[in-house]
Write a protein of this length. Structure first.
Length: 532
C-alpha cells in the first residue's frame, strides 16, 4: 500500500496495529523511497519532492491497511505514482531508510527559484549526464538552473506542464474556493495580488485559511484529525445520512460518534436533549445538501446549539457548491471534494478545507495545522485542477439549469414515487436560508420509482454515462444505493434511502437534448413489462 509521506505510512501502520489482531499487525513493515540526492539528475526534481512510502503487509493484514487507505483518502495520486515509478526504474528513487524512523522528511525546498518567468524555447542541447533521456553526447551544457530543471521535467515526463506555476496554481485554487477569484484567465508568472473581498461573506478570510488535499475524503479525514488535535479526544456527531467513509472516519479514528440519520428537526430535538443532559461533543459533521436524498439540515439551529454547547460544525458543501450556497457563515470548517464539479473533467482529484477565521476554535486549529499539516497535493494534480476549475462558475449555472429542466420532466411522471432535489423538498427552507443571490439548486437529483422493475428499465434505457462519482461535465446516472450500500440495504432503507433510487448527476449537455434523453428513458420504462 503506497502513501505520499512516511508520517502517513506510519499512521496506516498505527491504524492496523489498533484494529487487527497482534499477530496480523506484526507482519507490517515500511519502505521509504526518496530522491537520490547524490545523483546529478535529481537537482532538477527536488522541486517535486518525489517520495513514496510503502506499507508492506501480509494478505491477512491487507484488508486493514486498505480500510485506512479508503477512509483516510491518504493514498498516492496516479500522477505521483507514475512519476515516482519512472524515477524508481531509472534508479533516481532510492531507499531512504538511513534516515532514522520518526525523523521528518527533509522539508520541501519549495518553488522559490521557479518563480521567475523563463522561456523554455532557448537552447535545445541535452544537459544531463546520467541515465536520463536527455543523455545524448554526455556533455553537460551550462544553462540557467530554472530552465534546466523545467526542461528536464518536461522532457523526462513528456508533459505540457509549466512547473514554475505550481505554487501560483495552488494559490489560484485556494482563492477560487474562497470566492475571491472570479476571472478565468491563464496564470501569469507573477504572484497574485493580495486577496481582496470574497463571496463567502467572511471579510477576514485569508488565502492561508484554505488547505488543499489530494482528495475530498482526505479533507474530511484531516478536518477531523485537526479537531481531535486541537480539542482532544471527544465523540463526534454524524448528522444526516452520510457518505460511507465519513461515518467510518468518525467511528474508527478517535473515540467514536453518535449517528443521526435523518438530518431532521426531530433529530435536532434529540441532539438538543442529549446536550441538555450534559453530553459534550467534538463536532457535528454534516453534508449540505446530503447524498443521495439532498436533505438540508437546519444550519441556523445547529450553529445556535454549537455556540451554546461548545462543539464545532463541519459542513461538506460538495453537492451544493459555494457558487450556489454560503454555508461558511454557519461553520467552523467547510470541506469539499474538488474532484466533482469544481474540476468537472474527471481527470484529477482534490479536496479542500476552510477554517473560518471567526470560529472560536480558529486559533487552536491553525496551531494544530502548523504542527501537523503536510501539503501532499501533487504538483501536477494542482496544475490540472487549476486549469479545470477556471470556468467552474459558468459550468455550475449550466448544471443548475439542466437539472431544473430534468425535474420538470420527472415530477409529473406517474412512475415516480419521489423526486429529491433541494428546490422541491421539505428541507427547502434550510436551503433557501443559505442560497446565494442568483444561486441555483445544484446538479444532483435522485428519483425513486414506485416499482423496482420500472427503476431497472429506466436505468437500462437511459442513454447517459453510468457509474459512481458526480459533478462530471457529462450526465452520469447511478444506481447509487446498490453501489454504495449493497451490504446494508435494509439499514439504508430505514433512513428512506431505497434500493430503487436512481441518482443523476446532471452535466452540461444541450438542455433540449438532455431532456429528450430523459423523456425516452421514462417512455421505455413505461412500456417495459416486469421481468424475472
Ligand atoms: C431552523 O432553526 C431556527 C432556529 O432554531 C428556527 O427559527 C427555524 O424555524 C428552523 N427552520 C426550519 C425550517 O425548521
Ligand atoms: C469540461 O470541463 C472542462 C474543465 O476541465 C472545461 O474547460 C470544458 O469546457 C468542459 N466541457 C464542456 C463540454 O463544457
Ligand atoms: C421532495 O419533493 C417531492 C416533489 O415535490 C415530494 O414529492 C417529496 O415528498 C419531497 N420529499 C421530501 C423528503 O420532502
Amino acid at each position: 500500500m503506497l502513501f505520499p509521506t512516511r508520517q502517513i505510512a506510519a499512521r496506516c501502520v498505527a491504524f492496523v496495529e489498533s484494529h487487527a489482531p497482534p499477530a496480523v499487525a506484526a507482519s507490517l513493515s515500511l519502505v521509504h523511497l526518496a530522491l537520490d540526492v547524490t545523483s546529478p539528475a535529481s537537482k532538477a526534481l527536488e522541486f517535486f519532492c518525489p517520495a513514496i512510502s510503502a506499507v508492506l503487509c501480509s494478505q491477512e493484514a491487507f484488508p486493514f491497511a486498505k480500510q485506512y487507505w479508503q477512509h483516510a483518502g491518504d493514498g498516492v495520486s496516479s500522477r505521483r505514482a507514475e512519476f515516482c515509478h519512472g524515477l524508481f526504474k531509472d534508479g533516481l528513487l532510492v531507499r531512504a531508510d538511513d534516515v532514522p524512523k520518526g525523523v521528518a522528511q527533509k522539508p520541501c525546498r519549495g518553488p522559490r527559484r521557479y518563480q521567475r518567468p523563463q522561456s523554455l524555447d532557448a537552447g535545445t542541447a541535452p544537459y544531463l549526464t546520467n541515465g536520463s533521456p536527455g543523455k545524448q553526447n554526455g556533455a553537460v551544457r551550462r544553462v540557467p538552473e530554472v530552465q534546466e530543471s523545467s526542461r528536464f521535467v518536461e522532457e523526462r515526463f513528456g508533459r505540457n506542464l509549466d512547473v514554475s506555476l505550481v505554487e501560483h496554481a495552488k494559490s489560484a485554487i485556494r482563492r477560487r474556493i474562497a470566492g475571491a477569484l472570479r476571472s478565468d484567465k491563464e496564470l501569469s508568472a507573477s504572484p497574485l495580488p493580495a486577496m481582496e473581498d470574497n463571496t463567502r461573506g467572511i471579510a477576514n478570510l485569508k488565502e492561508e485559511d484554505i488547505y488543499l488535499f489530494p482528495c475530498g475524503m482526505n479533507a474530511i479525514f484531516n478536518a477531523h484529525r485537526a479537531l481531535l488535535g486541537a480539542r482532544g479526544a471527544m465523540k463526534s456527531i454524524n448528522f444526516g445520512f452520510p457518505y460511507v467513509d465519513t461515518l467510518k472516519i468518525l467511528e474508527k479514528f478517535g473515540p467514536g460518534c453518535v449517528f443521526y440519520g435523518h438530518a431532521s428537526e426531530s433529530d435536532l430535538d434529540s441532539l438538543e436533549a442529549q446536550l441538555e443532559a450534559g453530553e459534550r461533543f467534538l463536532a457535528v459533521f454534516c453534508e449540505f445538501p446530503g447524498n443521495p436524498l439532498l436533505t438540508c439540515p437546519n444550519l441556523t439551529r445547529i450553529r445556535q446549539l454549537a455556540d451554546k454547547y461548545d462543539f464545532a460544525v463541519v459542513v461538506d458543501e460538495t453537492i451544493g457548491t459555494f457558487a450556489n450556497i454560503n454555508v461558511l457563515q454557519f461553520s467552523d470548517i467547510v470541506v469539499s471534494s474538488l474532484t466533482k464539479i469544481f474540476s468537472g473533467d474527471c481527470n484529477v482529484m482534490g479536496g479542500s478545507a476552510i477554517f473560518n477565521p471567526n470560529s472560536r476554535y480558529y486559533a487552536i486549529l491553525k496551531e494544530t495545522a502548523r504542527r501537523e499539516f503536510e501539503d501532499t497535493y501533487w504538483p501536477e494534480d494542482a496544475i490540472f485542477m487549476e486549469r479545470n476549475s477556471r470556468d467552474f462558475a459558468s459550468r455550475i449555472d449550466r448544471a443548475n439549469a439542466n437539472a431544473e429542466a430534468i425535474c420538470q420532466v420527472i415530477r409529473p411522471n406517474p412512475l415516480i414515487k419521489t423526486l429529491y432535489y433541494p428546490r422541491y423538498n421539505e428541507s427547502c427552507p434550510n436551503y433557501e436560508a443559505v442560497r446565494l443571490p442568483g444561486g441555483g439548486y445544484g446538479g444532483l437529483l435522485s428519483i425513486v420509482f414506485h416499482s423496482y422493475d420500472k427503476a431497472m428499465a429506466f436505468y437500462d434505457a437511459i442513454e447517459t454515462a453510468k457509474g459512481p462519482s458526480l459533478g462530471t461535465n457529462f450526465t452520469l446516472t447511478s444506481p447509487y444505493v446498490l453501489l454504495a450500500h449493497y451490504q446494508e440495504l435494509e439499514w439504508a432503507a430505514s433512513f428512506g434511502v431505497e434500493p430503487s433510487l436512481v441518482r443523476i448527476s446532471v452535466g452540461l449537455e444541450e438542455t433540449d437534448q438532455l431532456v429528450g434523453v430523459f423523456r425516452s428513458a421514462l417512455k421505455a420504462a413505461e412500456e417495459s413489462t416486469a421481468r424475472k
